[in-house]
Design a protein around this ligand. Structure first.
Ligand code: AMP
Length: 143
C-alpha cells in the first residue's frame, strides 16, 4: 500500500500560517487563507489553503474538501474581476510525482486571457510591488 506521507509542519505554507514568514494575503477566515503565489504563472495567480494541516488532496478530510471548493469559486470570481480575466485555470498537485512542490494542500487560481500563455509552474519570482498591487485589486473585488 502506498500511504500518503505524514504532514510536515515545517513546510513553507505552515510557516506562513503561523505568521513566521510574510505573504500577500487576499482573504482569511477561521479555517482558510488565500494569498498571492510568489511565482505567478500569470499576474493575479492566487493560492487557497485550508488552515488544517493537510498534505494534499489525498489526506484531506471530507469536511475540508467540501468547504474549500465554494470558497475557491468565490475567490475565482473575484480574481477574474480584479484582473479583467476572460477565464480561470484551477490546478492542484499531489505528491512530487504529481507536480507538488509545497506539501500543504492548496488550490491554484490562475486568471487567463485569450492567447496569453501560462508561465512554468513554480519558477520565477514576481516583484513584491506587483504582487501587492494585484493582491490589493483582488481584496477590493472580494469586498
Ligand atoms: P505546488 O507545486 O502545487 O505545491 O505549488 C506551490 C506553489 O507555491 C508554487 O506555485 C510556488 O510558486 C508557490 N510558492 C512557493 N513558495 C511560496 C511563498 N513563500 N509564498 C507564496 N507562494 C509560494
Amino acid at each position: 500500500m502506498n500511504a500518503t506521507p505524514a504532514y510536515d509542519p515545517d513546510n513553507i505554507f505552515a510557516k506562513i500560517l503561523r505568521g513566521e514568514i510574510p505573504c500577500h494575503k487576499v482573504y482569511e477566515d477561521d479555517d482558510f487563507i488565500a494569498f498571492m503565489d510568489v511565482m505567478p504563472q500569470t499576474p493575479g495567480h492566487t493560492l487557497v489553503l485550508p488552515k488544517a494541516p493537510c498534505r494534499n488532496l489525498l489526506d484531506a478530510p471530507p469536511q475540508v474538501l467540501s468547504r474549500i471548493l465554494p470558497l475557491v469559486q468565490r475567490l475565482a470570481q473575484a480574481v477574474k474581476t480584479a484582473m479583467g480575466a476572460e477565464g480561470i485555470t484551477i490546478s492542484q498537485f499531489n505528491e512530487h510525482a504529481g507536480g507538488q512542490t509545497v506539501f500543504h494542500l492548496h488550490i491554484h487560481i490562475i486568471p487567463r486571457h485569450e492567447d496569453q500563455p501560462m508561465k512554468h509552474h513554480a519558477r520565477g519570482f514576481a516583484p513584491k510591488e506587483e504582487l501587492e498591487a494585484n493582491a490589493a485589486k483582488i481584496r477590493a473585488a472580494i469586498g
